[in-house]
Ligand binder design. Sequence first.
Ligand code: SF4
Length: 380
Amino acid sequence: MHHLYLHVPFCARRCSYCDFAIAVRRRVPAEAYVESIKEELRLVGQGIGPLETIYFGGGTPSLLPPEAIADLLVTLSPYASSPTPSFPTPSGSVEVTLEANPDDVTPASAAAWRRAGVNRVSLGAQSFDEAVLRWMHRTHDAASISGAVQSLREAGIDNISLDLIFALPEELQRDWSRDLEMALALLPSHLSLYGLTVEPRTPLARWVSRGATAPAPDDRYADEYLLAHERLAAAGYHFYEVSNAARPGFESRHNAAYWTGRPYLGLGPSAHSFDGGTRRWNLSAWEAYHRAVSEGRSPIESEELLSAEQRDLEALYLGLRTSAGINTARPVLARPGPSFTACLDNGWLIEDGSRLRCSPEGWLRLDSLVAALTGGAPAL
Ligand code: SF4
């Protein structure tokens, strides 16, 4: 097991669109969290390592005090593929990513993260428009994004990713083109772009259900997605996955492990693990998770054993998410129906020797393409 995910569930408040398993806390119970992770590691940690990637995701991992992150990385250092005592180089053998909110990044926190071994930071920028950030219930303002990037660079963390959300409701009059330019001006090594979706039981879902707002129409979703492809390609970025673009050499090694079906271990509430055949996931509520590990019980809530057919379908879907695509010899492609030919004719799928991959237009209709490829699709 070479890839480790740590879920840090705490957030200062809930963003309007977010349905993640989080715990909103004014004060983060950092000590209890660190002890829980160490205890879970004792329970399930046999057989892990040498670690190639460590990913602190959330939630808002940057709400943890830097000492807590350092404590966890010291604990993990015996499992790392590079020598202890830390994870020293940005291009070194262990990629250590921390998700951060821009307003948690200060010169002091950035320097402490770097000392602890963090060498990649994923910033939840989302937009450079103040009204949009307020609507999203984000805790940061636009100015703090560039301030965060500067602090990280000064601390020696140059591998910086920015998250942006597109396809926002019409009434916000968000200028997507301007946001892309503002993000590119900061010269991040990586960008993750997500279309807004209305998830049940979120503030956004409530606003939609009472008619206060409406999701962006499909054609604007497509226009904004394709505009991002155009702008980012012109700036030297390569979309290596449906939602992720990077400068050459800065692709996320951790996320690539998920997309290529490699095993990974997840620690923390709601974290998922995969051993190549079985997927397991932890109790999602922080209190329930904390209680279980404190009592020496497994925090696993449930698991599913994937059949060979499920694994094949999953590999097909995950492969098509990436720019590498899939091998056309995959057994699941044995019976592609007439919709498959239509996908090729429309340029949504590109056949390249023994590989089959999606064009940007194909990525916009990925679910339909997977259905078409497995022979059971309705006409597209
Ligand atoms: S910071 Fe991230 S995890 Fe926390 S509420 Fe906002 S979107 Fe959700």
